[in-house]
Design a protein around this ligand. Structure first.
Ligand SMILES: Nc1ncnc2c1ncn2[C@@H]1O[C@H](COP(=O)(O)OP(=O)(O)OP(=O)(O)O)[C@@H](O)[C@H]1O
Ligand SMILES: [Mg+2]
Length: 458
């Protein structure tokens, strides 16, 4: 069901990020011994949690954490999401990292577990190696033959082509049929292009422009990459490496199953992918792994605000992380002792105890004023905001008394206010004004209480 020649067409979507207020986070800010440097990589303070996260990153990279659960727990605005973003940065692009919010599982169209399964499968990277027979070389001669259209004599259609391909070792002329000739035209193949033709499927890939060709000398700048003239023979076995995820393979397999209808109705992508398709994909992937044709790269699924998940989701996760093809799951929550959603049971963090047992917990602590000031300075710098000292002090106080998250948000709004009033620099007045206009969460709660009798309820 997995057809390798189709892999090239997949658009590999590696990560989805909602990180607006975390753009300043570049990493965990650790030194070479894994110790946190007070201010580094956009990170300030929170040393214990950062060092713990550093160990988690090491273990993920060494493949020692598969099927485990990491929990980030701490009060609102203490940098749980920031640390998860830092973990993603440290892991680098080769490890899939998917971020979602606990709220995303609730949809009227899809089952909760379905959303989770898909998210988990997006986090399992599969590196597939394949030997294919190809014709490869720099095009030194190309002759495309056309014939009159069978019904319309004024039109001509592509019939066949003769191309000469040159490598460092030999030059060979091949005849190709209508299908390949049409692809040659479509892709703008000309003398000087380096191309590959898949011997089995006939698919043409334009690799770039040969450095040795006249074409390369002709144009100083071209959007096509300049590549050396290929080595070896024109017809050869070549290894291809593709990076995909289990979710990509599922989609591909489902599309094939969709048959003719998928052509008309856009495939089965909207619909849920059936468990049979998934287990078939798993079976084939395992087979390729046994044959050393594929390698797994388990990534990370980060579920922010995980207290929004309910018992059904938690049970599913407990089971799923023990499966063979499971990513590392990181959950973040700011709940203390809370009700497990979907039950009347109260439990630490609002998570079922059996799930807690499987996890290692990283705690985040509240910040002192100095750290808050530093974080606000970094944010101001990141957003290109100039701010007077007094205004920064005022914001620091707000961050300390209410929440850092609120202060970070006020900073951008205060900058907007300064702009409206024709100033470049944010002053105390801006901060006071916007603080008066907006509410943090506790203020909002007070506000709602005051009007409880008057507001709608249902
Ligand atoms: N140690 C830190 N260094 C630098 N920036 C930080 C740090 N901690 C938090 N921040 C920044 O402060 C803001 C609030 O932090 P964040 O959103 O990560 O908190 P949270 O613990 O996820 O809160 P919540 O429980 O409300 O989701 C963000 O803009 C974040 O990037
Ligand atoms: Mg958060």
């Amino acid at each position: 069901m997995i057809v390798l020649s189709e892999l090239k067409e997949l658009s590999v979507s590696r990560r989805i990020e909602r990180i607006g207020s975390h753009t300043h986070i570049k990493g965990l800010g650790l030194d070479e011994n894994g110790k946190a440097v007070k201010i580094k990589d956009g990170m300030v303070g929170q040393e214990r949690a950062r060092e713990a996260a550093g160990l988690v990153v090491r273990m993920i990279k060494e493949g020692k954490l598969a099927g485990r659960l990491v929990i980030l727990a701490g009060p609102p605005g203490t940098g749980k999401t920031a640390i998860a973003v830092a973990i993603a940065r440290e892991l680098g692009l080769n490890v899939p990292f998917i971020e979602m919010s606990g709220a995303e599982v609730y949809s009227t169209e899809r089952k909760k577990t379905e959303v989770l399964i898909e998210a988990m499968r997006k986090c399992i990277g599969v590196e597939i190696h394949e030997m294919r027979e190809v014709y490869e070389g720099e095009v030194t001669k190309i002759n495309i033959r056309t014939a009159p259209h069978p019904y319309n004599p004024y039109q001509r259609i592509v019939e066949s082509a003769t191309i000469t391909l040159k490598t460092k070792e030999e030059e060979r002329t091949i005849e190709v049929g209508e299908d390949i000739a049409a692809q040659l035209i479509q892709q703008g193949v000309r003398e000087g292009s380096v191309i590959q033709i898949d011997a089995e499927s006939g698919r043409v890939s334009l690799i770039g422009i040969s450095q040795e060709s006249n074409l390369a000398k002709q144009y100083e700048l071209d959007t096509k990459a300049k590549v050396p003239r290929p080595e070896g023979k024109v017809k050869k076995q070549k290894e291809f490496v593709y990076y995909v995820t289990l979710a990509d393979l599922d989609r591909m397999a489902a599309r094939r199953r969709g048959g003719i209808f998928s052509l008309f109705f856009g495939g089965t992508e909207e619909k849920e992918i059936s468990p049979e398709i998934r287990s078939e994909v798993d079976r084939q992937v395992k087979e390729m792994i046994d044959e050393k044709k594929a390698f797994l790269h388990p990534g990370v699924l980060f579920i922010d605000d995980a207290h929004l998940l309910d018992l059904e989701c938690f049970s599913f996760l407990s089971r799923a992380i023990e499966g063979e093809l499971s990513p590392i799951v990181i959950l973040a929550t700011n709940r203390g002792f809370a009700r497990i959603r979907g039950t009347d049971i109260e439990a630490p963090l609002g998570f079922p105890p059996d799930l807690l047992d499987r996890g290692i917990i990283i705690g985040t602590d509240t910040y002192d004023e100095e750290s808050i000031r530093e974080i606000l300075k970094i944010r101001a710098n990141e957003e290109g905001i100039e701010i007077e000292n007094d205004a920064l002090e005022k914001l620091t106080k707000i961050g300390h008394e209410r929440s850092l998250r609120y202060a970070v948000q006020l900073l951008s709004i205060a900058a907007e206010n300064a702009k409206i009033e024709g100033r470049k620099k944010v002053i105390v007045k801006d901060v006071e004004r916007v603080d008066g206009l907006f509410m943090d969460v506790s203020e909002a709660v007070e506000h709602l209480k005051k009007y409880e009798g008057l507001m709608m309820k249902h």
